[in-house]
Design a protein. Structure first.
Lengths: 105, 252
């Protein structure tokens, strides 16, 4: 038990070091090469998380998993553009996902 | 007729209230994921208290899953630490991306802010700081970031704790993975403000999908690197004609 806890503490220390690496030594004006890269970090990382999660929900592209997820994503996109509201878009999309999951089960 | 409380909070200019409103939506969206993660933690051979302690220590669902699953399987300490750090190396990118917006904060708040950095906190913060107005001045950005971080941190402890206690009675139809993915999609959409952003997101997603079989979440890192490269290339392509105009045009 104590060994498992100590391993988790070691993981936490490593993660904290990564989280703090740039934040703590932050400068208002980053070096030019870094400044060119930083604006693209958010879209690139979130795209890399979201696209596989929607197209291959459980690590593989399947009719039962992919189609409801894609329909939900399309619904979220439409609702967000229409209402600019995260709650409306999210819960509308989840409702759509629950309905279509039953259809493709 | 008065607007609903949630809408009033969301339209408020106060960064504190705005942060609470934005956090509330994310908390509801993460409800199924947090509960199910807690139940998963409770199903391992680790004592429930130790498994749950990964929530305040790591504050990252993916990291918790990797670390606790490996510990449950009897993996060595070095492997657990290395695998979890590789799986969450994107925190380095988040830290670099947020740094310019936090440069004027007192150092103690930056130390604390680093502890609260996670996927939804980053997505909310960068969406606001990178948008019109830049999220206000340094103080407004600090209040917004720390309020979002603290609120989501507390909520995560409660959700995963409830999941540990409710293990075995949660309904199977909860759309656990999809809710988290849709939330991040909706946090991504406001960032898509130009061709470079679309290129970064599309390339990042396509490459991450192509290499999804890589272990330890490396596919995400490879995808992110490809996306950043595509974004930089698209931006350079967009700027190229302006930075190097033909002689005749300059002299005209």
């Amino acid at each position: 038990m104590m060994r498992d806890l100590l391993v988790l503490v070691a993981v936490a220390a490593g993660m904290y070091a990564m989280r703090a690496a740039f934040l703590v030594v932050a400068r208002p004006e980053p070096p030019a090469p870094l400044a060119r890269v930083l604006p693209h970090v958010g879209p690139a990382v979130l795209g890399a998380i979201v696209v596989p999660a929607l197209l291959a929900p459980h690590g593989a592209v399947t009719l039962a998993g992919t189609v409801p997820a894609l329909l939900a994503a399309a619904g979220a996109w439409v609702l967000w553009h229409r209402f600019r509201s995260l709650p409306i878009a999210l819960f509308g999309a989840l409702a759509l996902a629950l309905l279509t999951t039953e259809l493709f089960r | 007729m008065r607007a609903p409380a949630f809408a009033r909070l969301a339209s408020d200019r106060s960064p504190f209230r705005r942060a609470l409103a934005d956090s509330a939506t994310v908390i509801v969206a993460y409800l199924p994921f947090g509960l199910t993660l807690g139940a998963t933690l409770a199903s391992t051979r680790l004592p429930a208290g130790v498994a749950w302690a990964s929530s305040p220590l790591l504050f990252n669902g993916a990291a918790q899953l990797v670390a606790v699953t490996l510990l449950d399987g009897g993996a060595g300490a070095f492997l657990v630490v290395a695998a979890t750090l590789v799986a969450t190396a994107r925190m380095l990118l988040y830290s670099a991306s947020l740094a310019p917006y936090a440069a004027e904060w007192p150092r103690r708040w930056r130390w604390l802010g680093a502890y609260l950095l996670s996927d939804p906190v980053y997505a909310l913060a960068i969406g606001r700081f990178g948008g019109p107005g830049g999220g206000g001045g340094a103080r407004e950005r600090r209040v917004y970031y720390l309020t979002v971080g603290a609120t989501l941190f507390v909520a995560w402890q409660v959700l995963t704790g409830a999941g540990v206690l409710l293990a075995g009675v949660l309904p199977q139809w909860l759309p656990v993975d999809l809710a988290a993915a849709l939330t991040l999609l909706l946090l991504l959409l406001p960032m898509l403000t130009g061709r470079a952003a679309y290129a970064a997101a599309a390339a990042g997603g396509a490459v991450a999908l192509a290499v999804t079989a890589l272990p330890l979440g490396l596919g995400l890192l490879v995808g992110a690197a490809a996306g950043i490269t595509a974004g930089v290339a698209a931006e350079a392509w967009r700027r190229a004609p302006r930075t190097d105009p033909p002689e005749g045009v300059r002299d005209a």
